[in-house]
Design a protein around this ligand. Structure first.
Ligand SMILES: O=C(O)CCC(=O)C(=O)O
Length: 341
């Protein structure tokens, strides 16, 4: 764990430092993971069993055999998978977060202000994009809906969890050794270039042994992670499009925040030489129920006129899918009383 700082709100001090517009913060202490993994603060993480998961290709991921994973010396349990997505995979997940996940019955921050079933279509109801409505969306919740006031999940406040995101989470968690992972709640966060997310911990889940999976798309962010109280001086990490951050074990209950969104220096969703690689449909992928639909939707984004609206959005925004398992191993609802993890 990082050193304890005697100022008992070291976290908030660093948050303010990186959030500041004038003067602009120096990025010299931000941890930037290079492709060669050459960093004194991280160690390459090699999963116990590196087996190819056949679902990866259909979910827009490159082969699990090529993934680069890092653990952080100062933060046991914190892992980062450097962008394992194909360019079409990045397009698919960004589009799902904009076009599908914000539809009712999922909950959105805009619900208290406007009554729209399908936010994305509503933004394009007229020929011109309604930028005001578009900018209003800050979060959508899926599965067990996060209650922002009580921080308590209830069985009554739950919608079906999207199957594609559940499969993606199961592949990622399984690769890291968390087999049988069940994605049951997610917050999709939408950030504009001036957005921030305040320091907090995520502790509402009954199952705190299961990791939290955090997927980033679009513009980059400075992510701060400290310890279980705010006196611990946090580490600043750069998150780029496609990166997956995993908070497990000791890191699961640590304070974290996003003080700054930064323009992306690389645009992996537009790496056109790879974008042209169509995702193919193969009988071996039949393990996912909606395989036909996923592959069709993945390939729709090869068409630049279709992709253009989504591209415009992520060219000036960041999207984060923050996935949690809520229940313990054999629980199917919060009311099931089982004594395992
Ligand atoms: O946007 C991020 O990277 C973090 C989001 C987060 O911490 C949350 O949704 O609880």
């Amino acid at each position: 764990m990082p050193l304890e700082n005697h100022n008992n709100d070291a976290f908030r001090r660093k948050f303010k430092y990186y959030k500041s517009k004038k003067p602009k913060p120096s990025l010299s202490e931000v941890l930037i993971l290079n492709d060669d993994g050459n960093n004194v603060d991280t160690v390459s993480f090699i999963p116990k069993e590196v087996a190819e998961d056949k679902r990866a290709a259909v979910l827009g991921l490159s082969s699990t055999l090529t993934w680069k994973v890092y653990s952080f010396k100062q933060h046991p349990g914190l892992l980062m998978i450097r962008n394992p997505f194909t360019p079409l995979g990045q397009r698919y997940w960004s589009r799902r977060c904009l076009e599908e996940y914000p539809k009712k019955p999922n909950k959105r921050n805009i619900d208290i202000e406007v009554d729209v079933q399908d936010w994305w279509s509503e933004c394009f109801k007229l020929q011109e994009c309604d930028k005001i409505l578009q900018k209003k969306l800050r979060w959508t919740t899926l599965g067990y809906h996060h209650n922002w006031d009580t921080k308590v999940y209830t069985d009554e406040n739950r919608s079906p969890f999207p199957e594609d995101l559940s499969e993606l989470s199961n592949v990622v968690a399984g690769y890291l050794g968390f087999s049988g992972y069940r994605a049951q709640a997610a917050i999709v966060n939408y950030y504009h270039m001036d957005s921030t997310l305040s320091p907090h911990t995520d502790h509402s889940e009954v199952n705190l042994q299961a990791p939290l999976l955090s997927f980033s798309f679009g513009q980059s962010a400075i992510f701060l992670i400290g310890g279980t109280d705010k006196s611990i001086d946090p580490t600043a990490i750069l998150l780029n499009s496609g990166d997956i951050l995993v908070m497990s074990e000791q890191a699961r209950l640590c304070y974290h925040a996003v003080p700054k969104i930064l323009p992306a220096s690389n645009i992996p969703w537009n790496h056109t030489e790879e974008v042209n690689l169509k995702h193919s449909l193969d009988a071996k992928f039949k393990c996912i129920t909606n395989v036909n639909q996923i592959v069709t939707e993945m390939n729709r984004n090869l068409d630049s006129t279709q992709w253009n609206r989504f591209n415009n959005y992520i060219s000036e925004s960041r999207i984060n899918m923050n996935v949690r398992q809520v229940l313990k191993g054999r629980q199917n609802t919060l009311k099931d009383l089982v004594d395992d993890t």
